[in-house]
Design a protein around this ligand. Structure first.
Ligand SMILES: *[C@@H]1O[C@H](CO)[C@@H](O)[C@H](O)[C@H]1NC(C)=O
Length: 209
């Protein structure tokens, strides 16, 4: 039983990470401490597929492209068809993980999402904060982009005027407790850093903007 699980795990790792070591295009999984976060949610971008618990690969300009792509597909396969959900996307590492003075940066906040929709990866609802792509500043290291899904039930969710004014320094805990949202139903995260900091950008990356 245990052996089978290990074999399955190994098989999956091989499929996900590819075979070649040092291939910048290989999908690299997040370290275990960060991986504990990935519970039942899929976040997919074009070309890359589900980025849950992965680093954005450092090839094909993916780290640049992700700053330009529109919103990803977010899928919660275990969603209850008749329920209503809230989707939160934040960066806890603003402006950097070592000094997160502006934690949390609110990237996206959608309420009134029908279970039947999110179950199929469709995010339709009230956008309290429009989607802003991950765009980690240069030289600030890797940022985590975290996604949470909460059960909304019959609640009416809104941001305070003050919260709506800015995306940065969002007190997520205060927001959640205001609406008695405690445990998320599902969550995931991926990581990326500024594409100019990538070792695999050909030529001098600084001159490119
Ligand atoms: C403020 O509210 C408007 C309307 O709901 C929304 O479109 C906008 O994204 C909000 N701004 C922020 C920073 O959340």
């Amino acid at each position: 039983m245990k052996l089978a699980a290990t074999a399955l795990c190994l098989g999956l790792t091989l499929v996900v990470t590819g075979v070649k070591k040092n291939d910048p295009c290989a999908y690299e999984a997040l370290p275990d401490t960060d991986a504990a976060f990935c519970r039942g949610l899929e976040v997919s971008y074009p070309e890359l597929g589900n980025l849950g618990c992965m680093f954005v690969p450092d090839c094909n300009h993916y780290r640049e492209k992700i700053t330009l792509w529109p919103k990803p597909t977010v899928k919660f396969p275990k969603a209850l068809e008749g329920a209503t959900y809230i989707l939160v996307m934040v960066d806890p590492d603003a402006p950097s993980r070592s000094s997160p003075r502006a934690r949390f940066w609110r990237h996206w906040l959608v309420t009134d999402i029908k279970g039947a929709d999110i179950k199929r990866g469709k995010i339709k609802g009230q956008e309290l904060t429009g989607y802003q792509p991950p765009s980690p500043p240069a030289q600030t290291g890797f940022h985590r982009y975290q996604f949470f899904v909460y059960l909304q039930e019959g609640k009416t969710i809104s941001l305070l005027l003050k919260e709506n004014k800015t995306r940065g320094s969002w007190n997520l805990d205060q927001f959640l407790s205001r609406f008695h949202l405690s445990e998320s139903e599902a969550s995931t995260q991926f990581m990326t850093q500024n594409y100019q900091d990538s070792p695999n950008v050909p030529g001098s990356p600084r001159g490119r903007q």
